[in-house]
Design a protein around this ligand. Structure first.
Ligand SMILES: [Zn+2]
Length: 323
């Protein structure tokens, strides 16, 4: 069976529908759940979700299957390629699309109408939310974080070279996971790195998935945020071309595959940040997932001071823990 037919069969096995175009199949995205935005190239299994703000970005059909079926990448590859698994290394590793060729980033007006400074009276609820996430008003002002009373969201700008090219707006209320974060129109997560200019102000970079994890480490180095567990090729380029000597990785430990890929493509000394035991056990007791957001300032300091030099063995420990 050829790749195209195998992929169709697998999609149906997952109980999903697909729409067929000349060169692509459209089916449900495991990240944003939309069925009209995720396209799969029939001839090589390259997958893209075009939904703005969706974390899926550009991956391969094995990633899609792994995330959709909740199985490991290895098992997904076996299901797709079967006996041909030995030839897996010959699969194309570069994914260039028509869309990618014409990326032009536009500067945005920031703050947009109705975005208030955090210390304004009408921004009080935004300030409270930020305080709760461990972000002081002073720190919020440092990063030009604003509050929109109309949308009830705090807004984090993505500045690169001093200009704003995008923003993320986080709901301060409990909302559906899919609605928690909104971006400006035309937002290109894969092309932007939040807090980018820190790379030129510090000797070390500290890379996180989410802005609130990152902000906790503000006083320890040049924090940057990939805005999702998939760190894009461009985001890695931006780090590699910066003058930092060391990159601390503070990614979610269950992003093992991503971590492995990252350690291969970052051309700097790499250190791994881990969540201190005290936070792990406190969260376990409370039935919560431990992350840097749950850490006290002292635990953040401990994580920084005990960061380990990267070695493959370290990633292997993570692998054993999560697979
Ligand atoms: Zn999606």
């Amino acid at each position: 069976m050829n790749l195209e037919d195998t992929m169709k069969e697998i999609i149906e096995d997952q109980g999903l529908d697909y729409t067929e175009r000349v060169r692509t199949l459209y089916t449900t995205c495991p990240s944003c759940d939309r069925s009209d935005k995720l396209s799969i190239l029939k001839d090589n299994g390259a997958v893209i979700c075009y939904h703005g703000g969706c974390d899926f970005g550009r991956q391969w059909f094995q990633d899609w299957l792994s995330q959709t079926a909740g199985i490991s990448i290895e098992d997904a590859k076996k299901r797709i390629y079967g006996e041909r698994i030995k030839n897996i290394d010959r699969l194309p590793t570069k994914l260039v699309t028509e869309e990618e060729k014409k990326v032009v980033l536009e500067k945005l007006e920031y703050p947009a109408n109705g975005f208030l400074d955090i210390d304004e009276k009408e921004a009080h609820e935004g300030a409270m939310y930020l305080e709760h996430r461990g972000v002081s008003t002073e720190l919020a002002n440092h990063y030009d974080i604003k509050y929109s009373p109309w949308f009830r969201r705090v807004v984090l700008p993505i500045k690169m070279g001093g200009s704003v090219y995008g923003w993320q707006a986080r709901a301060i209320d409990k909302v559906d996971a899919l609605d928690r974060m909104r971006n400006n129109e035309g937002f290109r997560k894969d092309q932007l790195l939040m807090f980018h200019d820190n790379l030129y102000l510090h000797k070390s970079a500290m890379l996180f998935e989410g802005p609130f994890d990152a902000l906790k480490f503000h006083s320890f180095g040049g924090i940057v945020c990939s805005m999702g567990k998939n760190v894009s090729k461009r985001q890695i380029e931006l780090i590699n071309e910066s003058p930092v000597d060391v990159v601390y990785l503070g990614l979610d430990p269950d992003a093992t595959e991503e971590l492995r890929g990252l350690t291969r493509s970052i051309e700097k000394k790499i250190k791994i940040l881990t969540i201190p035991e005290s936070c792990e056990s406190r969260c376990e007791k409370a039935g919560k997932k431990a992350d840097f957001g749950e850490c006290s300032f002292l635990e953040i300091k401990e994580a920084f001071e005990t960061a380990k030099d990267f070695s493959d063995g370290h990633v292997f420990v993570h692998l054993k823990k999560f697979f």
